[in-house]
Write a new protein. Sequence first.
Length: 311
Amino acid sequence: MKPTVLYSPEPARGWLPWGALAPVLCLFLVALPAIAAWKVENFFGLVDVKGVPTGFAGFCSLLFFDFGVTGAILLAWVRWVEKRTLPTIGLVADRGLRRFVRGLGVGLATSGLVVALIGLAGGYATGELFPALRSPTAVLKIAVLLAGFAVQSSVEEILFRGWLLSAVARKLNLTLGVFLTSLVFMMLHYSPHQAWDLMLGTFVFSLFACAWALESGSIWGVMGWHAAWNWLIGVGFELPITGLNLDLPALLVQLTPVGGRSMNGGVQGPEGSFLCTLFFASASAFLFLRNRQRRQRRGGTGILVGTAGPG
């Protein structure tokens, strides 16, 4: 495959990293702000020595402060070094808010579907219904976390499916762009001694997000989807999200994992379940196929700026 311009055909008027350098630069864009933020948060007792948030304030700091700093640095890099416009990293102006809200709806539906499938397969035991509604404080915290996950997920999508994917595709090709984006995403979500199937699940998660962004021609929809996915899993069922527990009563129904980790995801949460990985793999294949067919209808040009699709 040849180099492909994604989202918008506008050129980069500054320095665009070499294709092989962009993934390395992405690691630094995440690691350096995270280390600096950890030092500040650890000083104020918001995270422990391992960087795990302590309490609700710690989670808010992670979602708003850590990812806010990363997002600001990334946008400054795009603006002042690469001299690219926001549409070239997937923030296309066409119906952005509408796409984001639609993505939120799909995220709520798909996260609920995956949790329901695991439950029907015997992976969860059900407990109380709507326990969070008995606590106004819990409801307020859940609402704040929706905004926090919107910031966190949007920054991740801008960084990976927006900036990194488009940078590698411009310099190398689209296939390598998708692969390297998903590989770096997996590496940055890796924990020591993590099982191979959990790593595979994270990789396939990124494949799905890439497929959505390419099919829709922007990242607005997948930003909304990612935010709703993380939020509902984290607050809806008292389940871990990517290995983190929010320690809040369930907004919908309290679920307790039963049986093997491969079924319910264990301490990783539903994302560690093979059913979740199967869902992402199937959805990715469907979206990649649709995207390929659309490109063939358009003549397979080197510019991919589609506007159809789920968001």
